[in-house]
Design a protein. Structure first.
Length: 182
């Protein structure tokens, strides 16, 4: 799902992919710290499609799909009602994310980042920066956030929610810890 499609078209494509999965299917979402270029997205799509066809758990095929959304999110879906998912199959998702991280020089593991929809554009910023913006301008409480903290397909179909309804509102920024040798 590339940026040459509009957001609504990409959402419809994602919904079409998800039709094959039960609502209880497990979901893992990784947010990139930058947008992938069109060429990078084509390479990542290829890697994720190949991964999806070879994804296994203890030698058995995982009924799952990995895909790129809005050139920012890597999403994995696995339907446990159709095939088992285990620690080793989850480890395989982390391994391909690390491979993409290394190959494309992008950070997909930074959980302090949050994606928002502002003026119909996807924007990624640090959660503490968003919280500071909201502290200064309370009207931003209703800014739409992509809830990357979800774990099921049912939740993924409604993952764009107002900030003040998200779990992000309860996360406090990490405090800098200073060590002293004295």
């Amino acid at each position: 799902m590339h940026s040459h499609f509009g957001m609504k078209e990409n959402q419809m494509i994602m919904e079409n992919i998800l039709k094959a999965f039960s609502d209880d299917s497990k979901v893992w979402i990784y947010l990139a710290n930058r947008e992938f270029t069109s060429i990078e997205a084509m390479g990542i799509d290829h890697l994720l499609n190949e991964f999806s066809t070879t994804w296994t758990s203890h030698g058995h095929k995982v009924y799952g799909k990995a895909f790129l959304f809005e050139n920012r999110f890597i999403i994995f879906v696995a339907d446990e009602s159709k095939s088992g998912v285990s620690g080793c199959s989850i480890d395989k998702t982390v391994a391909i994310v690390r491979d993409i991280t290394n190959e494309y020089k992008v950070n997909l593991m930074d959980r302090s980042l949050v994606a928002i929809l502002r003026e119909e554009k996807l924007e990624v910023l640090a959660l503490d920066a968003l919280q500071e913006e909201i502290r200064v301008n309370a009207a931003l409480e209703n800014v739409l956030v992509y809830n990357t903290l979800i774990h099921t397909k049912a939740a993924l179909t409604h993952w764009l929610i107002p900030y003040n309804e998200s779990k992000f509102i309860h996360i406090t920024p990490l405090q800098e810890v200073k060590f002293s040798l004295n």
